[in-house]
Design a protein around this ligand. Structure first.
Ligand SMILES: *Cc1c(COP(=O)(O)O)cnc(C)c1O
Length: 358
């Protein structure tokens, strides 16, 4: 049976559904709508279907290929392209995404051209940088850019947004959110329009949200990690009432033996050019798992059992099995952080298996 071999990721759809519904209700309680972000799960249509079933009817991904895959799988949602469009993909963006996040006028002009050619309208959200210094217009350039955008055929300005805590680790606090609200208000007033989206950020906005009395004009967040891993992302604290184990990686023991705890012979470089160092604990039970750095950044794994990960190579994880009594063929279960989840979902070597029980 191919789906019980390893390495395998078990994707608990019931837990993802629970988390999605809770977050939608929580943010909805202060008038904030949720866009479900699928990039960390590579636009997996099974997972996207669960988001839609949970009442999240707008799905966002950073890659057109993922959006196309979800559309072709019949997912009934509005699709948002999260990453500023790659200029040479402008035609595909208009074809597959309903909305895209943008920060370059030249690219928006190109989207306009293809929208006009295809007789459609493409919505955009203009991204503003508020200090994290990944994508976004500098706030002082926003009004002039809006003015130009409003002149373009085939383009509809659907809103403004910002993204924090991704590159620069900057906190989306009350001050940043009030500033975004005020920018939205200024634009609405100056140009006499209503912005459908004032999109304040991502899973890192949880801390602001729970402490904010007034969320101002912010009416949208784009959530990935908190749906899948049940945590906020400033301090990686669990969000009360959410599952933090909707995804688990399962690996199999391929060797288990009593061996020395330190290598013997002359020490030179390891497989990755490092000179390894080990502490001597005498003889220990060492187990090898049939999964490695080609599948997952091993530092992002946390074992359910009391074992120590001693290191990894491309295709092996070497553990000190301690008292776990592991033998060849036994399965070891790990929780994953965001980076580990991203790699595992991207790896063609890791079997994806849905489970559906709470
Ligand atoms: C990835 C991403 C998100 C979602 O971030 P999470 O931390 O997973 O909630 C939101 N917005 C943009 C622009 C992104 O690139």
């Amino acid at each position: 049976m191919i789906d019980v071999t390893t390495p395998r990721i078990e994707i608990n759809l019931a837990k993802i559904e629970h988390n999605s519904k809770k977050l939608k209700r929580l943010y909805g309680s202060k008038g904030i709508g949720v866009i479900g972000v699928t990039k960390v799960v590579c636009g997996d249509p099974g997972i996207a279907g669960v988001l839609v079933k949970s009442g999240i009817n707008t799905i966002a991904d950073s890659r057109i290929a993922n959006i196309r895959k979800m559309r072709e799988a019949g997912i009934q949602a509005k699709f948002v392209l999260l990453r500023t469009p790659i200029p040479s993909q402008a035609e595909l963006v208009v074809k597959y995404a309903d909305i895209s996040l943008n920060s370059e006028l030249s690219v928006i002009k190109s989207l306009s051209k293809f929208a006009v050619n295809n007789n459609t309208k493409h919505k955009i959200i203009l991204m503003v940088d508020l200090g994290d210094l990944r994508e976004g217009l500098m706030p002082s350039d926003l009004e002039d850019t809006v003015k130009e955008v409003l002149l373009l055929d085939g383009i509809e300005l659907a809103g403004i947004g910002t993204n924090l805590a991704c590159f620069g680790g900057i906190k989306p606090d009350g001050e940043k959110m009030e500033y975004l609200s005020s920018l939205a208000g200024d634009i609405e007033e100056r140009f006499g329009l209503i912005l459908e989206f004032v999109s304040g950020g991502n899973s890192a906005n949880y801390t602001w949200f729970v402490s904010a009395g007034d969320t101002g004009r912010i009416n949208n967040l784009r959530l990935g990690e908190s749906i899948y891993l049940g945590c906020e992302t400033l301090y990686r604290m669990p969000i009360p009432g959410l599952y933090t184990d909707a995804f688990t990686l399962i690996a199999e023991v391929i060797e288990s033996k009593i061996k020395p705890s330190i290598p013997y012979g002359e020490v030179c470089q390891d497989a990755f050019g490092n000179i390894p160092e080990f502490k001597d604990h005498g003889l220990i039970r060492r187990a090898i798992l049939g999964v490695g750095l080609q599948d997952v950044p091993v530092s992002g794994l946390a074992a359910g059992l009391d074992i120590d990960i001693m290191g990894a190579s491309s295709d092996h994880i070497i553990i000190s099995a301690k008292q776990a009594g592991l033998k060849a063929g036994d399965e070891v279960v790990f929780n994953l952080n965001y980076e580990a989840l991203l790699s595992v979902m991207t790896s063609p070597y890791v079997i994806k298996r849905y489970v559906n029980n709470l």
